[in-house]
Unconditional design. Structure first.
Length: 159
């Protein structure tokens, strides 16, 4: 297998995980599994949330693909890699950058990252499971990106 095929499998899986995460967030987390996700929309005490259980929901298929792909030496290993990389991106973007569960990456002058924060803030303005919007993590509706670019231009003009 050339290096291109595994790279393509990882990339397609990573991009596909954004769609899976969007669907799971909208229809499961804000639906039948709201019990686990609700505390994520409130400011409860403590470092951990019931919402953190979703880590396992996404880690299990990744681990399965790693193990079975390693045993059989096939494409499943690369699918597991794509899922795991998306999980790492989720941790860094959602838990670290957006929600500041760790004090890293507090400030940014990047329009894309500013747009991600704004879209997530808009998502969290709804404390209940209904009327949600912006369910993705890495895909940002273009209007938030345009707003962030405008804010950066205004900042630069004032400086």
């Amino acid at each position: 297998m050339t290096a291109l095929i595994p790279t393509l499998i990882v990339f397609v899986t990573f991009v596909g995980m954004e769609a899976v995460a969007w669907l799971a967030h909208k229809y499961l987390m804000h639906g039948a599994m709201w019990y686990f996700h609700e505390d994520h929309h409130t400011n409860g005490p403590g470092f951990f949330e019931k919402n953190d259980a979703f880590f396992l929901i996404f880690a299990i298929p990744s681990a399965y693909c790693f193990i079975s792909g390693s045993i059989h030496g096939d494409f499943r290993f690369w699918i597991g890699t794509g899922i795991a990389l998306y999980g790492l991106a989720y941790f860094l973007v959602h838990d670290v950058f957006i929600h500041q569960r760790f004090s890293w990456f507090k400030r940014t002058q990047n329009a894309y990252f500013m747009a991600i924060r704004k879209a997530h803030k808009v998502h969290h303005k709804h404390l209940g499971k209904e009327h949600g919007e912006c369910f993705g993590m890495l895909y940002v509706p273009p209007r938030y990106f345009r707003e962030a670019q405008k804010a950066l231009r205004n900042q630069q003009q004032r400086a």
